[in-house]
Design a protein around this ligand. Structure first.
Ligand code: NOJ
Length: 770
């Protein structure tokens, strides 16, 4: 069954619960087993291992396979979920978010399931649970790992309160192609920034250690290479050279594993000819042998069964055998492992010790999470935790920190003493679109739109008018439509649309200033949401150009999660604020930014192309034989990006000077300190992100023109000057050489630049000695 159809059948919570309960009612319950033992929570160690080994020794092969199976609650099968629990045929459910239902199922498993093994409930807690934070690409745009850590920590608190103890996040896939809709879910194009964010998100979800109170298990995904989908087409295969794999795509996964991530999700797609879910090189050689990963691996949705559709496995049994032998420990949604592995063990296709090793990892993780000690949901606590003032303040602060000011000509922003504001655009008052994709359990009603925020902030002193102006609709339904998200109603006839368009332009003419809230509806970004074009969908460009043609000042606020073609706007619209999908408190945060109560300080985590024809485009490219002429690589247009990686403006200005490096050379394995004086030369307080890039001049293999190797976001009062110091550890200069096929720090001469985007100008040199 496809992801689509399963998802469509999913999350009708009450109907589903009703059905489940009815079926259970008619099912003869197993006699009550001995009372569940009370387990003590301890960190993993000898005691945990003894406990798990003891448990494993008592389990049948079928019960072990049950632990390796993860199903959605309403998967259409002859056997009900309750029966599966009682027979020990399931170890985990996904997509259950109702606290009472989670608690009921858990009681069933712990009190009446074989061996009293608790279930683990997983859900996509991607950028918030009920309170929604900015999408992950936006969190990366904060260039402040503590913003991401804090957001995921709060998300974990809300999710754990209802009994969701496992998230399928962080998504750490490097993405260099904005056509790919899932660029929204990761940290963008750069392995260094991506690694910092990956580690921060793991810390946020899991807390100081696995099992920390109010925290949940992280799952690093999608291992590996999903972001390189050919043509930006979701699910398409990835063909990645070893050079790119080791130096670009794998580092964020390694960072997440080193940060202690307890689970990893194998990707859907085919990597270099071997599907990731059956890929022994990835799952055993890299993950287990090289990185010493000690958690468990879950497949992506149906990806074990889909080893057959890839033309890789000959049938369901072969798929199950190849997945488990490659290193998949738990199967999400398809159940070919549960249904075939007992026979496969008997036939000698899989060793029972392989099954034991998989189940051991799962049980150990359940133990470390504290599920054996505290399996149930504290129902009284749910409402105390959900959407607290602290959560909402955190979400607002995050949205303020993630916005990127792309243009501000003539100081239009922050808005000063305006008497009337027209808030125009299809996204201006859309709650769902303010939250963004993957906010499946988010509280839509509580979401503050840009219109709400502007009314609250400016309404006492300015007249606020608003209308959509144009409609935007996705051509085909998204996998999340209907179950999780209902697009707002739209005007259907051409005449009604034209009248609406003209009405919007009239409002623009009548207002002192207009805020056009344009971009993409949330279902245009995320899974199965790739695009051929990067244009503003629908008639938004026409609306924007007509608004500017009125001669009235226009501010463009973008709600989206991929670079869009705003080349015309970059020359004609005086102020452009990239607000991403900012989440529950998005409208208040954007209003605060427009008013100057907060100053934008975010920076782009992706290179912003001028047109789709430049894709893929990224700053860390290799040098060519015409290194100084890179801007003329197409005869019909520029090859330079519209905005470079790391770019973002502020309501104030900064001057950098006096770059110094602690020593002219450094021994391999040592570290340098790099300092620069930074002065806020404007009248507003603000943040600047100091970025450090290096280039190795020569080596066994060529190296990118520049690579980010350090950054820090620092706050400054007006006129304030500070020395910002970054540590450059030579470990960061190591790379996997396509010539030697080894990772090494190669001695030699390096260039170093410090600045406020990837075109950083302050330059120094240093040498790495053997
Ligand atoms: C499929 C997606 O690829 C993955 O990211 C997600 O975690 C699972 N579905 C579960 O929803």
């Amino acid at each position: 069954m496809s992801f689509d159809s399963l998802l469509r059948g999913w999350l009708r919570p009450f109907a589903v619960c009703g059905l489940t309960l009815a079926l259970v009612g008619g099912f003869a319950p197993a006699p009550l087993l001995a009372a569940a033992p009370v387990y003590e929570k301890t960190p993993a160690g000898a005691k945990a291992e003894r406990f798990v080994d003891d448990l494993l020794g008592k389990m049948t092969l079928e019960e072990k396979l049950g632990q390796m199976s993860q199903i959605p609650l309403n998967q259409k099968e002859d056997v009900t979920p309750d029966e599966r629990i009682l027979k020990g045929q399931v170890g985990s459910f996904l997509f259950v978010t109702d606290a009472k239902e989670i608690d009921r199922l858990q009681h069933l498993a712990v009190e009446r399931g074989p061996h009293h093994i608790p279930l683990i409930f997983g859900f996509d807690v991607i950028h918030g649970f009920r309170t929604i934070y900015p999408v992950p690409l936006a969190l990366a745009a904060s260039w402040d790992p503590s913003v991401a850590e804090n957001a995921e920590s709060m998300a974990a608190r809300e999710a754990s309160a209802v009994g969701v103890r496992w998230t399928f996040a962080p998504m750490v896939d490097i993405a260099r192609d904005p056509r790919w809709g899932r660029i929204m879910e990761g940290a963008g194009e750069d392995p260094y920034l991506g690694s910092q964010m990956a580690a921060a998100e793991v810390r946020g979800f899991q807390g100081p250690e696995i099992g920390s109170a109010d925290h949940i298990l992280a799952c690093v995904k999608h291992f590996a290479g999903y972001g390189a989908a050919a043509g930006g087409r979701d699910y398409d295969s990835s063909d990645i050279s070893d050079n790119e794999l080791w130096n670009v795509y794998l580092p964020p996964f390694e960072a997440a594993v080193n940060a202690g991530a307890g689970s990893v999700m194998s990707a859907y797609m085919d990597l270099n000819g071997v599907p990731a879910t059956g890929n022994t090189f990835l799952l055993r050689d890299v993950l287990r042998d090289k990185w010493k990963f000690d958690g468990f691996v879950v497949s992506d949705w149906d990806s074990v069964f889909n080893l057959t559709t890839h033309g890789f496995a000959s049938g369901p049994e072969d798929a199950a055998v190849r997945a488990v032998n490659a290193g998949v420990d738990m199967e999400m949604t398809s159940h070919v492992m549960r249904d075939n592995l007992a026979d496969a063990v008997k036939k000698g296709l899989v060793k029972e010790s392989t099954i034991d090793a998989a189940v051991r990892q799962i049980l150990l993780m359940k133990y470390r999470l504290g599920l054996f000690a505290h399996p149930y949901v504290d129902l009284a606590r749910v409402s105390a935790v959900e959407e607290s003032a602290e959560e909402r303040d955190g979400a607002k602060a995050a949205a303020e920190k993630t916005a990127v000011l792309l243009r501000d000509e003539g100081g239009l922003l922050p808005l000063k003493s305006v008497k009337s504001i027209a808030v125009i655009g299809p996204l201006a008052d859309s709650k769902a679109d303010t939250m963004g994709s993957w906010s499946l359990a988010g509280d839509k009603d509580a979401t503050v739109t840009v219109l709400d925020g502007i009314r609250r902030r400016f309404g006492a002193t300015a007249a606020i008018t608003s209308t959509k102006g144009v409609e935007i609709e996705r051509g085909q339904p998204s996998i999340f439509d209907s179950q999780f998200w209902s697009p707002d109603p739209v005007l259907k006839t051409a005449a009604a649309r034209e009248a609406e368009f003209n009405h919007a332009i009239d409002l623009v003419k009548q207002a002192d200033v207009s805020v056009l809230v344009l971009g993409e509806a949330q279902n245009m970004s995320g899974e199965r949401a790739s695009r051929l074009s990067l244009k503003l969908p629908g008639e938004q460009e026409r609306l924007l150009e007509a608004a500017v043609a009125t001669g009235k000042p226009v501010v463009l606020v973008l709600l989206n999660a991929r670079p869009l073609n705003i080349t015309w706007a970059s020359e004609h619209v005086p102020a452009i604020l990239e607000a991403w999908y900012p989440g529950t408190e998005g409208g208040d945060a954007i209003a605060a930014l427009l008013a100057g109560d907060a100053n934008p300080g975010g920076k782009l985590p992706v290179t912003w192309p001028r047109s789709v024809g430049q894709v893929p485009i990224y700053y860390a490219h290799y040098l060519t034989q015409i290194p100084h002429d890179r801007d003329t690589m197409y005869w019909d247009g520029s090859s330079a990006p519209l905005y470079p990686f790391g770019y973002g403006l502020s309501y104030t200005t900064f001057a950098l000077s006096n770059l110094r490096v602690s020593a002219p050379d450094v021994k391999s394995g040592g570290a340098l300190t790099v300092s620069v004086d930074v002065k806020n030369t404007g009248a507003a307080a603000g943040d600047e992100v100091i970025q450090l890039y290096t280039h190795q001049r020569a080596g066994s293999a060529s190296r990118p023109v520049r690579e980010l190797k350090g950054f820090r976001r620092v706050s400054f009062q007006p006129g304030e000057e500070k020395t910002v110091t970054l540590t450059l550890d030579t470990k960061e200069l190591g790379f996997w050489s396509a010539a030697t096929h080894r990772w090494a720090i190669e001695p030699g001469k390096f260039d170093l630049w410090v600045g406020t985007d990837s075109n950083a100008k302050e330059h120094a040199e240093f040498t790495v000695l053997p």
